[in-house]
Design a protein around this ligand. Structure first.
Ligand code: G3I
Length: 458
């Protein structure tokens, strides 16, 4: 037994050693900023469209929530979704996406209040006289914009009003009401939600040309009349085979000079399939060039991709034989375009989803099983210290684990590297394991993060 003063000294020395030992554990790798964070550092947003059926895909939803700081419902705020029958409004699907954005702390872009497409038959073929159609239009805009008051930051109030030659498109609204339907829609939207920024949005207006001249003249005239218009959306549906938009930055700037914000609202860059390394490299350059054009215009407030993964792109369905248009491939792996976007936004090309996790049930009995989890560093740099997180879909419980420190809270599991497998060189793997209990079906978790960055599952 030591005398008391020596015991105290010994305790102090042991405590100091424990603290020093804890400090010596390599710190978890600092997370690379996301596209949204990089854009925010430049006073912009970087967003993605999404759609309700995709929201059951957990790995997809994880990236949607972490990588982007703005979200746009790709279909669920359109007229056919929100007022399928006259006076009968349905907001369930729109609400689902808006609530998801709010939970993620994302800005919501509302798309769209007045459009000739995805317009229910009762409007397009209703044969309404002008006064009645005007009141139908005002009522629609007012009801939808009021429902989302304070929740939708930007509204595409009018979508695609132009023909390719810059004349007005012959929609039921233009045919019946003339171009005044645009001012009417904007005024109704402003009255319903004075805080929302009101946009007109179109495609093939990204560069200088007849169609963007049409838009330019419209915005100029609306401003002159004092009609509420805050921004112009340039959809940015580009195709490698048709060339980059003509003098895009100059085009964005001339709109900004009219006193409106500008935004790239539906960016995707398609190619004729199959994709190959050359086309993907050109695509990456285009993503970068669009981003640079936006950043060079102080009133260019942000960029939205029209969904972020080739898995959910609208293109193959509409242009057979074309696709591969988005920065992530069909397996949610970042493409060269992703690194190009990061670099253009002032970040490192670093790939935050540079990990792969293979989860296997190695054996299973009545109420127990052995799980094996192989973590691979698929990035280009070493990982120094890691924690792996996933959630069990059922009531599985880790009872005993090895090759990592295991902790579980509810369904959420965290595995922290052991001292000897904390460093994972580029391309290296480590396999960790556990015994667990379960009842019912032993469904595997579908989404994994390493140091809070999404990993590919599989
Ligand atoms: O909901 C039905 C489903 O019940 C049915 O089984 C299925 C069978 O085809 O169709 C589903 O509807 C589809 C809808 O997307 C929802 O997935 C429509 O067929 C399909 O035409 C519709 O496509 C949308 C397209 O607008 C319509 O024009 C795309 O998802 C959407 O991304 C796209 O977005 C437009 C922007 O709003 C405006 N700018 C161009 C952009 C690309 O076309």
């Amino acid at each position: 037994m030591f005398p008391p003063h020596l015991s105290r000294l010994l305790l102090a020395l042991v405590s100091a050693f424990v603290v020093l030992a804890a400090l010596a554990v390599p710190p978890a790798q600092a997370a690379e900023p996301t596209l949204g964070e990089l854009a925010a550092a430049k006073g912009r947003y970087f967003g993605s469209a999404t759609d309700n059926p995709e929201l059951t895909d957990a790995p997809y939803v994880a990236i949607l929530g972490s990588e982007f700081n703005s979200i746009t419902p790709g279909n669920s705020l359109k007229w056919e979704a929100t007022e399928p029958q006259r006076g009968q409004f349905t907001f369930a699907k729109g609400d689902e996406v808006v609530a998801l954005g709010q939970r993620n702390g994302q800005m919501v872009r509302g798309h769209t209040l007045v459009w000739h497409s995805q317009l229910p038959d009762w409007v397009s073929n209703g044969g309404f006289p002008a006064a009645e159609l005007r009141s139908i239009l005002r009522n629609h805009v007012t009801t939808v914009a009021s429902h989302y008051k304070g929740k939708v930051a930007h509204w595409d109030v009018v979508n695609e009003p132009f023909n390719e030659d810059g004349t007005f498109r012959d929609s039921v609204f233009y045919r019946t009401l003339g171009e005044s339907y645009i001012a009417d829609a904007l005024r109704a939207a402003r009255a319903a939600d004075p805080g929302a920024k009101l946009y007109i949005n179109d495609y093939n207006t990204d560069g200088l040309g007849a169609k963007s001249d049409g838009m330019y003249n419209l915005v100029k005239s609306l401003k002159a009349q004092g009609v509420p218009i805050d921004g112009v959306g340039f959809q940015g549906h580009l195709a490698l085979q048709y060339g980059f938009p003509n003098r895009m930055q100059e085009n964005l700037q001339r709109f900004a000079d009219l006193g409106v914000d500008v935004a790239i609202t539906e960016l995707d860059i398609r190619m004729i399939l199959p994709a190959d390394a050359t086309k993907l490299a050109t695509q990456a350059t285009w993503y970068s060039d669009v981003t640079k054009a936006c950043l060079a215009v102080s009133r260019c407030v942000g960029i939205t991709v029209w969904d972020y993964t080739d898995k959910y792109s609208w293109i193959p369905g509409v242009f057979p034989g074309e696709g591969a248009a988005l920065p992530y491939d069909e397996n949610l792996r970042p493409k060269p375009a992703y690194a190009a976007l990061r670099t253009a936004l002032g970040g490192k090309p670093g790939d935050p989803t540079s990990c792969k996790v293979a989860y296997k049930v190695a054996s299973q009995w009545n109420t127990g099983f052995t799980g094996s989890v192989t973590i691979t560093n698929t990035g280009s740099g070493a990982i120094n210290g890691w924690n792996l997180k996933f959630s069990f879909p059922g009531d599985q419980k880790v009872t005993h684990g090895w090759n990592a420190g295991w902790a579980q809270s509810g369904a959420a599991v965290t595995a922290t590297n052991a001292s000897w497998n904390g460093t994972l060189a580029a391309g290296a793997s480590t396999t960790i394991g556990f015994n667990g209990s379960y009842t019912g079906t032993n469904t595997a978790p579908g989404a994994f993060t390493l140091n809070d960055q999404n990993c590919t599952a599989g």
